[in-house]
Ligand binder design. Structure first.
Ligand code: KIV
Length: 280
């Protein structure tokens, strides 16, 4: 990526047939590494709840949690487009509340766009947020905030009825003004079909290579989150094991007095220590 990636870069990438790359981040150092590596866009996802805060699902994540982490990521990002997830129930209590919460993520948090889960049922909220000048990314297919409705983590759109609904929702979201749509765990042929029918880019996670871009949860792809590994993800490096080895080495060096050495310590003139000894 050259220079800042913006909402218009999303559109341009789709027109040019250039795949968009997105990864999640929740803190300053990770955001900095992703940004310097050249990822197009960083999502401060509410996956935060599971992969950082240790909750069972994303429904416990609050606006304050999101703000705290979006601020850190925004401080670490120069070029990538930072998208902040709107947490559970922050856009279901009326348009006024939805716009206010989206505005807080942008204004206080520092992200440049927000992401909402859902289709027809949130169409008016999306329109109102976009009308307030806040770019919106949609999210269809498996939508983790509805885990209790789905009865678990399951691919969506396998029947004609659900496939039709996801396609219809994608068109409605596009009409409502979203600049891109995440398709999560949608069968790859359906995701490809939807991508070919939309003007806005689709960003897939577990939805195949026919999407216009891809997103992964960074602690999954780095092997840091080890409670479970989703079928759709790929572990590019096993940092969890590397961290465990490093911690074990530290424990044993401290116990053996092999760390710290003089190299890691500060010096003082012997005279000062002798003086202290004489005083006591
Ligand atoms: O919260 C998140 O990380 C997400 C991605 C899975 C797209 O929504």
């Amino acid at each position: 990526m050259n220079g800042k990636f913006t909402v218009s870069s999303y559109r341009q990438a789709k027109r040019d047939g250039r795949k968009i790359t997105m990864l999640t981040a929740y803190d300053y150092p990770t955001a900095k590494i992703l940004d310097e590596a050249g990822v197009d866009s960083i999502l401060v996802g509410d996956s935060l709840g599971m992969v950082v805060l240790g909750y069972e699902d994303t429904t416990r994540v609050t606006m304050e949690d999101m703000l705290h982490h979006i601020k850190a990521v925004a401080r670490g990002t120069k070029n990538a487009l930072v998208v902040g997830d709107m947490p559970f129930l922050s856009y279901h209590l009326g348009r006024h509340e939805s716009v206010r919460n989206a505005g807080r993520l942008m204004n206080e948090g520092g992200c440049k766009a927000v992401k909402l889960e859902g289709g027809q049922e949130i169409q008016d909220d999306v329109k109102a947020i976009v009308n307030a000048g806040i770019p919106v990314m949609g999210h269809l297919g498996y939508t983790p905030q509805s885990v209790n409705l789905f009865g678990g983590h399951k691919a969506q759109g396998k029947s004609l009825e659900t496939a039709r609904r996801i396609y219809r929702d994608a068109l409605l979201l596009q009409q409502a003004g979203v600049f891109a749509i995440v398709l999560e765990c949608v069968p790859y042929k359906l995701a490809s079909f939807i991508s070919s029918r939309l003007d806005v880019p689709t960003i897939g996670i577990g939805s195949g290579a026919g999407c216009d871009g891809q997103v992964l949860v960074t602690p999954d792809m780095l092997g840091i989150f080890r409670d479970f590994s989703p079928k759709h993800s790929k572990k590019y490096v096993d940092m969890g094991s590397a961290m465990e080895q490093a911690v074990k080495a530290y424990i044993s060096e401290v116990r053996d007095c092999a760390f710290p050495t003089e190299k890691n310590s500060f010096t003082v003139e012997d005279e000062i220590i002798n003086q202290l000894k004489n005083e006591n």
